[in-house]
Design a binder for this molecule. Structure first.
Ligand code: MN
Length: 446
């Protein structure tokens, strides 16, 4: 297969680690939002009943893109992209494609640099992040959840099938299922503990009850850009032109409901009650400095040709550090900080984002701007890299001990879970994803 250069993998002037912004907090050590990041969200000032609109994070501030659009600072592709980004959802911007996204990124980067002539135009458009609230970045038409961590698949498989943990299709097919988009919420999200059918192993019949095995799944969510016509697959060489950006995603899961309902068609009520994503979409272009080769263990089967090309082999992965923190209601009351229960990385996936897009569409399925693709639980090879409680606690048999002295197998009411992500590489800035936080509320009284 011939190699086609992909602009979104290319590092350009906007990634230069030497760039500095006239927004001083963009240089604060450890900030998630230096000028090299420029993620987008849907924002407004809290408590004023204002319309939602796009915003770009810079340091501890947000550039209000509707206000900037009214100032008409640019012409051409950047102006078209800015008009789309000023809307109450980012679907129109996502649908424009890489040339527009790139033009907007370059224009924003230049406008926010120290010495920019546009400072006087942009500065009145700043909103402090402390005063902002967030909505979902897009109207999510469809949500698909993959299963791309072979470590997660093996760990889970061992719990259910000790003799045969990994099913034979795993190394050939990017496994996924069609999820539920209506219950996707933006961080911080509070949701009720779900009720559902639960059957104890020794019981004759199931009961309807609140889940007692409520779990997390640390994933990343990929927002789709331009779609494809029904019946026309997206080839892997073009797949990344259809990827707008990435968020953190917590695919909350009720393991006891899942265990009873999942055969033969997979999870249903166990996962459709809530999914939380982080508000800031880090663009695919912003991730260019952190790309890594797609690698398989020696002896594993090579991907079929429609899931393989040179660019994917060379740099199909992304090095994104990830963590899960848990803070119980008692820890919060005692003023204890959140406790890190797992750290992992997106690069451990067995399938890349380009392979997810190519596989999703190979049968003709049409993706649409704003569709969301979950990566699946991103467990790494080491025990502390398990990205779900069911793995961290060996199926609930080995409780975690929190700094408050409390034990956890699965989530209790009042528990707050926060996901974080960040990228670092030699010769590149450190950029981050902000936070993805969710809190468990008590189940409705039955
Ligand atoms: Mn999942």
């Amino acid at each position: 297969m011939r190699y086609t250069p992909n602009r979104m993998m290319t590092v350009n002037e906007t990634h230069d680690p030497a760039l500095r912004s006239w927004v001083a907090s963009a240089q604060a050590p450890g900030t998630d939002f230096p000028i090299q990041n420029l993620p987008l969200a849907i924002v407004r000032r809290r408590g004023r009943g204002e319309p939602w609109r796009g915003g770009v994070a810079i340091g501890d501030q947000i550039v209000d893109l509707a206000a900037l659009h009214r100032a008409h600072p640019w012409e051409g592709l950047a102006a078209e992209a800015l008009a789309a980004a000023a809307q109450p959802k980012l679907n129109a911007l996502m649908g424009l494609g890489p040339a527009h996204w790139s033009a907007l990124r370059r224009a924003l980067s230049q406008a926010l640099r120290e010495g920019s002539a546009l400072r006087a135009t942009v500065e009145p458009c700043l909103v402090p992040q402390a005063d902002a609230e967030y909505d979902l970045p897009a109207q999510i038409g469809d949500y698909t959840d993959f299963y791309t961590s072979v470590h997660h698949a093996t760990n889970i498989g061992k719990l259910f099938r000790p003799d045969n943990p990994l099913l034979p299709n795993y190394k050939w097919v990017p496994i996924g299922y069609h999820g539920r988009s209506s219950s996707i919420g933006v961080s911080p999200q509070a949701f009720r503990r779900p009720r559902g059918q639960i059957k104890a192993p020794d019981a004759a019949a199931p009961v309807l009850a609140p889940s007692r095995r409520l779990d997390i799944e640390l994933e990343m969510g990929v927002f789709v850009g331009p779609g494809n016509p029904l019946g026309e697959p997206i080839p892997i060489e073009r797949a990344e032109d259809h990827v707008f950006g990435v968020v953190l995603l917590n695919d909350w899961s009720a393991r006891d409901i899942q265990a009873w309902e999942y055969q033969p068609l997979g999870p249903f009520l166990a996962k459709n009650f809530a999914t939380t994503i982080s508000p800031w979409v880090v663009t695919w272009e912003a991730l260019a400095p952190y790309r890594v080769p797609f690698e398989r263990p020696a002896g594993d089967p090579p991907p079929l040709p429609y899931l393989d090309d040179d660019a994917n082999r060379r740099a199909g992965g992304v090095d994104i550090h990830l963590s899960v923190e848990l803070r119980s209601a008692r820890m919060a009351a005692q003023g204890l900080p959140a406790h890190t229960v797992a750290t992992t990385n997106l690069r451990y996936t067995y399938w890349t984002v380009a392979q997810m897009v190519a596989h999703h569409t190979v049968g003709g399925c049409n993706l649409q701007p704003g569709d969301l693709l979950g990566t699946g639980t991103l467990s790494g090879p080491e025990p502390h890299q398990a990205a779900a409680l069911i793995e961290l606690t060996q199926g609930g048999k080995q409780p975690l001990v929190l700094p408050s002295g409390e034990q956890r197998t699965f989530l209790e009411d009042g528990d707050e879970v926060t996901l974080r992500g960040w990228c670092q590489a030699p010769g590149a800035a450190r950029i981050g994803f902000g936070t993805c936080t969710g809190t468990v509320l008590p189940a409705l009284a039955g």
